[in-house]
Structures are given as C-alpha cells and as structure tokens.
Design a protein around this ligand. Sequence first.
Ligand SMILES: Cc1cc2nc3c(=O)[nH]c(=O)nc-3n(C[C@H](O)[C@H](O)[C@H](O)COP(=O)(O)O)c2cc1C
Length: 302
Amino acid sequence: MANLATKIASLKLDNPTILASGLMDEDAGSMKRIIDCGAGAVVTKSIGLKSRDGYPNPTVIELETGFLNAMGLPNPGIKDFEEEVKKIKQSNCVLIGSVFGSNSKEFLELGSEMQSFGADALELNMSCPHAKGYGVEIGSDSKLVKEITSCVKDSIDIPVFVKLSSNVTDIKKIAMAAEKGNADGIVAINTVKAMKIDIDIKAPILANRYGGYSGKAIKPIGVRCVFEIAESLDIPIIGVGGITTGEDALEYVMAGASAVQIGTGIYYREIDIFNKVCQEMNMWMNDNNIKKISELIGVAHK
Ligand SMILES: Cc1cc2nc3c(=O)[nH]c(=O)nc-3n(C[C@H](O)[C@H](O)[C@H](O)COP(=O)(O)O)c2cc1C
C-alpha cells in the first residue's frame, strides 16, 4: 500500500481527498457520512454573518459534463452554525470552516467564530462567481485579497486558506497577493462563471441568469490554475474542479497540489467516491512504484 498521508501547512491528513464546500456539508450528519466514506477532511458550506435564503429556483441544473449552479450562498448565519461545527468535531475529523464576507472586518469576525467553535482551519471564499458584493468581486482585486488575508492571519491561529477563482485575468498575481498576506495555502478553483439558455423560453434558465459551472468539464481549467500558481508560490495548494477519479486527483497532484477537493463528483460516483479515488490513486502508485504521495507533488514541472 502506498502512503497517501499529506500535509497542508500544519494540517495533517490521512489521505489527500477533501469534501469541497457547498455539497453535503450543511449539517454534521452529512459531513460525518462523508468522513465515514474515506474523506481525509471536510469543508463546510460557506457561512456568512447573517442567514441568507439564496436565489429563487431554479438554482441548479445538470449539463452535459457537469452542473451549473447559482445557489446565492444560502446559509444559516455563523451563530446558528456553531452546533453543527461542534457536533462534527466530536467525531474527531479534520474540519475546514469556509466563510464569505464583503470586507476584512466581516472575514475576521467569521474566522474568529469558526476558530472558537473548533474548526481546524479556515477557507476564505473569495471566488463565488455569482454572489453580488462577495466572492470573485473581492477575489479579483489583489490589494483586497492581501488586506483581508493579512487581517485574518494577524488574529487567527489556525491555518488560513484562500479559495480563488479562475475568472480573473491572472490567478498567479492573486495567489501571490494571498501569499503576501501570509495565507497558509491556496485553494483553486471555485466554479467557472457560465450560462445556459433555454431556447424554448428564449432566456437563461437559472433565475440568477449567471451561474458557476462545476464537474468534469472544468478539470483542465483547474489543473492549469494549480500549475500556474505552483510555478510562483511556496505555500501549499489544494486542487479542486472536476475530480471524479484517482487519475484526475493525480493530475492535480502532479500540477502541484498537496491535496484535492471533490464536489460534483459525488453525483456521478456517489458518496463513496472518496474511498474509490484513494483506491485508484493507490493502485496507480503501486503500479508505478511510488511509495508516498509527496513524491508526486509538482512533478509535472520538471
Ligand atoms: C451546488 C454547489 C454549491 C457550492 N457552494 C459553494 C460554497 O458555498 N462555497 C464555495 O467556496 N464553493 C462552493 N461551490 C464550489 C465547489 O466547492 C467547487 O469549488 C466547485 O464545484 C468545483 O469542484 P467540483 O467540480 O468537484 O464540484 C459549490 C459548488 C456546487 C456545485
């Protein structure tokens, strides 16, 4: 058996698969099921200061090679999420708390709460492609990315990861701003801004018109982003976007990721996808005489 254990900053994971934010992570029960299916860690749904209903339906549609969603960051608000974090932490899993805000003060308040509830690390969502005043509107401004990251880092002890979008002119520049703000790691990528038109009603299908594309179709975009970021940064990268198989995960690792997140893939291979991806990585590593996953991180750059 190859050794799949990995490290992202001070966070130690038994294997590199992590549940991506926004899927099966609204309550402790579903996150526990994911952990029981082999995930090395879970990320919570992105949580804001106040509860939000999100956008009206339709919010999610299936396309040929993935999903298009514009959920609108629905969440119960940080105070009402405390119990879920505490409950899931009883199972001793590695929990990454995802938060979204519109400025440094909000991100800091949310980060402090997540830390006090017991989260092992923070993921700052600066990359949602369709929520006005949040997400990529912040994550495309390198000055803001640095300012928010350093403000959170100055007061938070747990590792802080910054989740970025491919919908920016230069993802390397944004990642470097996060690193200058002392981020402990980068998560790339969020969904890709997209649209589907219903030709019968002659209008975009999603109520929000624009959405974020996820699943297999975005994997080459995610791999490219991770590769570019790895060329210029020293901090660890978590790769996400379209991972469905062990081979997909290995591509991200070879591009420079120390761990990977899986979201939409759950729909195609069910909740057991975390075990399956680990088994497939293991098999490939055994066949290729690779003993440890760390031997493969970034090898595609040589
Ligand atoms: C229905 C849905 C909801 C999502 N919600 C969030 C969210 O709350 N916060 C976030 O950072 N990313 C969110 N994402 C993005 C995923 O975490 C991930 O970055 C993206 O889907 C690409 O990975 P995948 O192809 O494995 O799904 C969401 C994605 C989907 C499909």
